[in-house]
Design a binder for this molecule. Structure first.
Ligand code: HEC
Length: 155
């Protein structure tokens, strides 16, 4: 009797811990921003790391367009791949907890779209198709920037 009560107590405690983690993972570390967006609270290093990643995305988007416009599908595919899911491994784990779920989804979807661009560029070698895919992927850039900011958390 006693030990079964103890097990239920343990189950209850563990469930609460799981719920708290799930909640944190879903909501992330955000505060309303005075420009109407949500401000994701990061450390200085995390913010610098994601902004560097962002500049790489912009650079790669331009470089992909330049490559397909001169029918260089191999280069376009390589660049797209370097912005795809494989690059996610470089993202610090601490960021994962702070970024809200909706934002994580947009980020992953963008990486997956870059992977699709890479596969199709190599397979189809179709300029119009690749340009259309880049344009669709860049809707994610617009959507995310409209809703979120990265700010350095007050210590
Ligand atoms: C999942 C969300 C998300 C996606 C998707 C996203 N960004 Fe960003 N990006 C941000 C946030 C948040 C900032 C910071 C904006 C701020 O604080 O005002 C940012 C900032 C930037 C910056 C400024 C970097 C700097 O040094 O200040 C560039 C450039 C940029 N993004 C490019 C892109 C491009 C290009 C894409 C698409 C290929 C993209 N981003 C997709 C969230 C995203």
């Amino acid at each position: 009797m006693k030990s079964s009560k103890l097990s239920w107590l343990l189950v209850a405690i563990l469930s609460i811990i799981v719920l708290v983690f799930t909640y944190k993972f879903t909501v992330g570390e955000v505060k309303p921003s005075d420009d109407g967006r949500l401000a994701v609270q990061l450390s200085k290093d995390e913010r610098n790391a994601v902004l560097l990643e962002m500049r790489t995305w912009l650079q790669n988007s331009q470089a992909m367009l330049a490559a397909v416009s001169s029918q260089d599908f191999a280069t376009a595919a390589n660049i797209a791949k370097s912005s795809g899911m494989a690059a996610e491994a470089a993202t610090p784990g601490s960021l994962f907890r702070k970024i809200p779920l909706e934002m994580k989804k947009l980020g992953f979807d963008t990486r997956q779209k870059f992977d699709e661009i890479a596969v199709d560029a190599e397979k189809l070698k179709d300029t119009q198709h690749t340009i259309k895919q880049i344009s669709t992927a860049m809707n994610n850039c617009v959507a995310c920037h409209a809703n979120y900011r990265f700010v350095e958390a007050a210590k």
